[in-house]
Design a protein around this ligand. Structure first.
Ligand SMILES: *Cc1c(COP(=O)(O)O)cnc(C)c1O
Length: 381
């Protein structure tokens, strides 16, 4: 097609004129609204920034890294992988060698790499909805067929139904979020085991919110020894207060890690990113204490919402899904009008709110009480 010309003679073109892949036509880019609002409780970030001490150490580490930025970074970043392995041992009691740990720019990149390695044309990826909205995008972007089973009414995954779907579809990748986003639901080990026992390919357990799980809720890390095609994805975006640094990671068998090393872009993890992540990991113990406070606040928030007569999903994450509102968009807007941004996601009638600082949670509660008093806050009959 001939490009249109502007008055200044500069060539312009419209998206519709580009040879965009058919499956991308008309698709809106992913993204929660990034609005300038006093109380941001919409993307499950940690409300507490890194401490002054940690920030200062990060600055020093970045300065040191800057002096070597003429060179490409360490492509295998085994130092960072060793630090991540130490953290997993501290957090879950599961000790892995650095060769069984991998990292990338956010766990989103880790999971895209998994689909690049194990998905593709003629192959199928399976998950259970409602779940993380990015999973079908990894499938689309890698030409992988996407099949979503359903979660039960209470957002759990029925093991028999999961096994039946995996047997029927023979997926090369199964994606299980635990705790799940947007519902907060953690999976019992028995569900992950049942899927691993029948899955012909790789089973990915996305544990982005693992550090927030309640006492006694297991991590799939404990199953790695038994299932070499299991991959457990984690992130520094939530518990580590490091969403802006873009560091996600994975624990699996050495063979799965080797597959990711084939598809990763050259030197994908910058020297600056590696340096910042390692400083944060030096302060793991301090950071997990902050997570304890958020977990307690989450449990209080669940009880408070239930006391209002709302339905609230069981949560092992740093957010809570509640409903059911007759017009959730009106309720979302009512909260926004009061300076509180939550997420309009999940099944119709539900809203998701991240756990903020105690002050932010108070502002959310005040705003919600007002909204529930208005027509916008009407519940589903
Ligand atoms: C937030 C989140 C992630 C983490 O994404 P990053 O790319 O690591 O920031 C992964 N999975 C789920 C389900 C999430 O909600």
């Amino acid at each position: 097609m001939r490009p249109a010309s502007s008055a200044a003679g500069r060539a312009t073109t419209a998206l519709a004129d580009l040879p965009l892949r058919a499956e991308l036509r008309g698709v809106e880019p992913y993204g929660a609204p990034q609005l300038d609002v006093p109380v941001l409780l919409n993307v499950n970030e940690n409300p507490v920034p890194p401490s002054e001490q940690v920030a200062r150490e990060m600055g020093e580490a970045v300065a040191a890294a800057a002096r070597g930025l003429n060179r490409y970074p360490d492509r295998e970043f085994l130092d960072l992988r060793a630090d991540l392995a130490d953290f997993l041992a501290l957090e879950s009691g599961v000790r892995l060698p650095p060769e069984q740990v991998w990292a990338a720019n956010g766990s989103n990149e880790v999971m895209l790499q998994l689909l690049q390695a194990f998905g593709g044309h003629g192959r199928t990826a399976v998950s259970f909805a409602p779940t993380y909205s990015m999973y079908p995008e990894y499938a689309r972007d890698t030409g992988t067929r996407w099949v979503a089973g359903r979660r039960a009414e209470d957002f759990t995954v029925d093991p028999d139904a999961a096994v039946a779907l995996v047997r029927a579809e023979q997926p090369s990748v199964v994606l299980l979020a635990s705790p799940n986003n947007p519902t907060g639901t953690a999976l019992p080990a028995a569900v992950v085991e049942a899927v691993c026992d029948v899955a012909p390919g790789v089973v990915v357990v996305d544990e982005a919110y693992a550090e927030f799980r309640r006492a006694g809720v297991p991590s799939a890390l404990e199953l790695l020894e038994r299932y070499p095609r299991l991959a457990v994805s984690r992130t520094m975006s939530k518990a580590f207060s490091l969403a802006g640094a873009r560091v996600g990671y994975l624990a699996s068998s050495p063979a799965v890690v080797d597959a990711l090393r084939v598809v990763r872009l050259p030197y994908h993890l910058s020297g600056v990113t590696q340096a910042v992540a390692r400083v944060a990991l030096r302060h793991s113990a301090e950071l997990l204490r902050g997570v304890d406070a958020l977990r307690a606040e989450r449990d209080d928030l669940v009880l408070w919402l239930r006391a209002l007569g709302l339905e609230v999903a069981e949560s092992d994450a740093n957010f809570v899904l509640f409903g059911r509102l007759a017009d959730r968009h009106a309720a979302w807007q009512g909260l926004l009008d009061r300076g509180v941004l939550v997420r309009e996601t999940g099944p119709d009638g539900w809203l998701r709110v991240s756990v903020g600082t105690p002050e932010e949670t108070t502002l959310f509660k005040d705003a919600l009480l007002q909204v529930l008093d208005e027509p916008a806050g009407a519940r589903v009959a």
